[in-house]
Write a protein that binds this ligand. Structure first.
Ligand code: ADP
Ligand code: ASP
Ligand code: MG
Length: 409
């Protein structure tokens, strides 16, 4: 008998037929004698629809009220799944994030889990009731409902697996594993058997939406193996594991595309210690998530700093930059609203040179201009015009032999 945490994403519980299919799958596990905690997301596009409704009434809703609203999506699916299981003769009970003891900080819409008190669910698991848990939500110490950030049900599942010291954590989704890139964007993408935490974490941060990046962080910290697999078939998926357990050695493991980015260039500001600190501190205080940063020296004693931000934070970014420039009484600003970033990720890069050159060559051959570059030990990211993003993704994916043909060694 094992204690298994399973998570089913939005598409997997998209309608009542899908919920019934998920209930049948859970029933099969239950009949093997396992203890099961099952985390579910809101049905289909429910969360998007709720966001849209909120915005129809208020362009800038209060974060507390938005969390109150968004958390209702998961409450619908946990209750329906518990009912479906009950109908199949499997004892099940549903819990909201608060009821299951997920305590977070108060940062609405991107709250951090501080603690999970499992004492409420343990007895139910022990008497072999299937515990159905609402993903993506928790409560702060004043019992305000919080949410963990879009896609956060993955994090609920992994954090719960860690707190319960579960034997397995399975993430069921609408693809049958982690691929070399998004298979819905590049049809030649290949499924991997395994991927290292460090690589998955970078891919998730850089745009691979298949797992929430913080879920990978928590998995790595607590040594939880995540098995990403399809809720539509029984195929083995991809295991996210410690580096030494990945058998296939490659230089580049995967490639991602992030769209909906914007680039801001702060031009001709004085070349003086403290200016970059002042600008980026202001941005941090305004909660702007800055991604790539490039500084270049321009005319005498002047610099240009360019950086990328998520496009939906462009308005507040502009306000911050304008205030900064007004204070300096120097410089100007240029904005490119439509930027995409393409990243190649792999632990193998630590010991191989020439990866950047191959990537730049491939882009050049296809007449794709590189607007910005940033690198770290295990990744290379380039920014390009958004309309060239898809093409750039395909080209880079191909350049590293990641497609249907065997990957390079
Ligand atoms: P869920 O609702 O189950 O959480 P998501 O939509 O969040 O599902 O994540 C699954 C999606 O992630 C897939 O449909 C796929 O388009 C996308 N995806 C992006 N990058 C990858 C990748 N490298 N491998 C697999 N899927 C990916
Ligand atoms: N329902 C939430 C979202 O759409 C959380 C999740 O699906 O993981 O972002
Ligand atoms: Mg998801």
């Amino acid at each position: 008998m094992a204690l298994i945490v399973q998570k089913f994403g939005g598409t997997s519980v998209g309608d009542t037929d899908r919920i019934r299919a998920v209930a049948n799958r859970i029933k099969a596990y239950y009949e093997h004698g396992h203890q099961l905690a099952v985390v579910v997301s809101a049905m289909g596009k429910t969360t998007d629809k709720l966001v849209d409704m909120a915005q129809q009434l208020n362009e800038n809703p209060r974060a507390r009220e938005l969390d109150m609203l968004l958390a209702t999506g998961e409450q619908v699916s946990i209750a329906l799944l518990a009912m479906a299981l009950d109908g199949l003769g499997v004892p099940a009970i549903s819990f909201t994030g608060g009821q299951v003891g997920i305590l977070t900080d108060t940062k609405h819409s991107s709250a951090r889990i501080q603690e999970i008190d499992t004492s409420r669910v343990r007895p139910y698991l022990e008497e072999r009731q299937v515990c159905i848990v609402a993903g993506f939500q928790g409560v702060d110490k004043e019992s305000n409902i919080t949410t963990l950030g879009r896609g956060g049900s993955d994090l609920t599942a992994v954090a719960l697996a860690a707190a319960l010291q579960a034997d397995e954590c399975e993430i069921f989704t609408d693809v049958d594993g982690v691929y070399t890139t998004d298979p819905n964007k590049v049809p030649t993408a290949r499924k991997m058997k395994a991927i290292a935490y460090e690589e998955m974490l970078e891919l998730a941060r850089l745009g691979a939406g298949v797992l929430h990046s913080r879920s990978v962080e928590v998995a790595s910290k607590y040594g939880i193996v995540i098995h990403v697999r399809s809720s539509f078939n029984n195929a083995e998926g991809t295991r996210v594991v410690p580096e030494d357990q990945v058998m296939e050695k490659v230089v580049v493991r995967g490639v991602t595309l992030k769209t909906d980015e914007a680039r801001i260039s702060v031009i001709d500001i004085p070349d003086r210690p403290g200016l970059a600190a002042s600008l980026f501190n202001r941005l941090a205080r305004a909660d702007v998530n800055v991604d790539m940063i490039v500084q270049s020296s321009g005319k005498e004693n002047q610099n240009t700093i360019s950086f990328t931000v998520p496009r939906n934070t462009l308005r507040v970014t502009r306000e911050v930059v304008d205030a900064f420039l007004a204070e300096q009484q120097a410089g100007s600003v240029e904005v490119d609203e439509k930027i995409a970033t393409i990243s190649a990720v792999g632990i193998g890069m630590k010991s191989h040179s020439g990866v950047a050159a191959s990537m730049f060559d491939a882009l050049a051959k296809n007449e794709i201009n590189i607007e910005m570059i940033s690198t770290s030990e295990i990744k290379i990211t380039v920014a390009v015009k958004e309309e060239q993003g898809r093409k750039a993704l395909e080209v880079v994916h191909d350049a590293f032999g990641l497609g249907d043909q065997p990957a390079q060694s």
